[in-house]
Design a protein. Structure first.
Length: 216
């Protein structure tokens, strides 16, 4: 089994904070998770779509915690990220928006909050490139990783055996190995890196954890 990818998450309110966050991770990051919030679906406001940027050589995933994905999708597509993730719990029919992303040549992803059962959103799961198990608090760093949510990996694989599966919420060096062994392909790391005095050291600890061999 390949080691999980690690994507530092950026969740900030201003362009200056965004730049500072990018400077803190630029020495080690190769994939990044950018959070966009509308103040409605998620209770906080972040940078706007047109304030997001990243180095050309990075793989960028955009996680949009917004109530109306159809109003955001064109702007997000114009940024040309690798992946755009919307939530399954929005009021709109998410499938046409996911199809639009895929037609643009960008990978489409769906995020599932704790209470969302994969079979309830089977139509979306059948077309996406990425499913993100969301165990955090919308619009905030420092969520708790509810490891019971790892059961969703099996339920997702029953529908899409080869889809990429990510995890967002409470990833730390202490649980990275368990998450990786549980079938998570992408660990999105927010507060553990963002709030650290030495973000590079935290990143390397997580790398070491997911690359160690199971003794079980």
């Amino acid at each position: 089994m390949a080691a999980s990818a690690i994507a530092p998450a950026i969740l900030v309110e201003t362009a200056d904070q965004y730049k500072a966050s990018m400077e803190r991770i630029h020495e080690f990051a190769t994939r990044i998770h950018i959070d966009i919030c509308d103040g409605e679906f998620a209770p906080s406001f972040t940078i706007s779509v047109n304030e997001a940027w990243w180095p050309a050589e990075w793989e960028a995933d955009i996680h949009a915690m917004v109530s109306r994905p159809s109003e955001y999708v064109d702007g997000l597509i114009s940024l040309k990220p690798s992946l755009i993730i919307f939530h399954a719990e929005v009021a709109e029919d998410i499938v046409p928006t996911l199809q639009k992303i895929k037609q643009s040549g960008i990978k489409a992803g769906i995020a599932l909050q704790r209470s969302t059962v994969p079979k309830e959103v089977r139509g979306a799961l059948e077309i996406v490139d990425h499913v993100m198990i969301f165990s955090g608090d919308l619009g905030r760093y420092g969520g708790i990783a509810s490891l019971m949510q790892l059961e969703k990996v099996r339920l997702i694989r029953d529908i899409r055996p080869t889809v990429e599966i990510g995890w967002d919420g409470g990833v730390t060096p202490d649980n990275a190995f368990t998450l990786s062994q549980g079938g998570i392909d992408v660990l999105n790391v927010g507060g553990a890196i963002a709030k650290s005095d030495d973000p590079g050291a935290v990143y390397q600890k997580i790398v070491a954890e997911i690359n160690k061999h199971s003794v079980i």
